[in-house]
Design a protein around this ligand. Sequence first.
Ligand code: NAD
Length: 256
Amino acid sequence: MNLAGKTALVTGSTSGIGLGIAKRLAEAGANLVLNGFGDAEPALAAVRAAGGQVRHHPADMARPKQIAELVAFVESEFGALDILVNNAGIQHVAPVDEFPPERWDSILAINLSSVFHTTRLALPGMRRRGWGRIVNIASVHGLVGSTGKAAYVAAKHGVVGLTKVVALETAQEPITCNAICPGWVLTPLVQQQIDERARADGDLERARHDLLAEKQPSLEFVTPEQLGELTLYLCSDAAAQVRGVAWNIDGGWAAR
Ligand code: NAD
């Protein structure tokens, strides 16, 4: 797939899955706008090395005004926003009756509402230019539940629902909207959960194994590179009639 001349925005791409996807889209020739917190320089260098032009915008995806500034930035820097990858996300683990309401609000804002805002702002330009791809990084938690993850599971199920609606509203246009539902991927977001499990006995290796064994039958992590390949496929002409799917890539998690 040659994405030369196309511009992609990947939210939450200063680390983890978003960075893996941004690198793969850059290798395919796309211009990239990265977003996310922390020092953006290493991510910018990695995407630059993969090819294409790259910028960073530090919008907080919890804030609609900053999201609007981000989309305007992409369009003013590169003249278009052709590929929108909604990836920014956070996690908090606690039983529902102990779940801090402010964490619920942040998870819903970043993991779900931001997808609504970027989509509503990006669609008019995609329609004007007659081409677009929206790829929402949901989770296997958009398909099934797990204890302790009320806000995350609710938000990710919401992303899968929103994906279907946008796919239906664009069904007769050269614009597609799909969701990817990864199982465990070893990124800072998951390392934090492994560290919490290891706090009791300090055995990180066992914590890693137990985390996988509970949910992911393959006992192997999904990689950001594999998610980059699937995203690239969804951006291709071959995927023009893939619309509104929630595609799990989860080592067999949802098959149980
Ligand atoms: P990560 O913590 O490595 O990266 C998250 C990125 O989002 C970072 O760049 C961070 O700076 C950015 N971010 C966080 N809050 C933000 C905000 N308010 N505004 C802008 N950027 C913000 O996490 P990851 O594991 O790469 O997760 C990426 C996405 O994949 C998330 O939506 C997550 O729910 C989803 N996911 C992850 C896994 C996994 O096992 N890691 C599995 C399924 C789905």
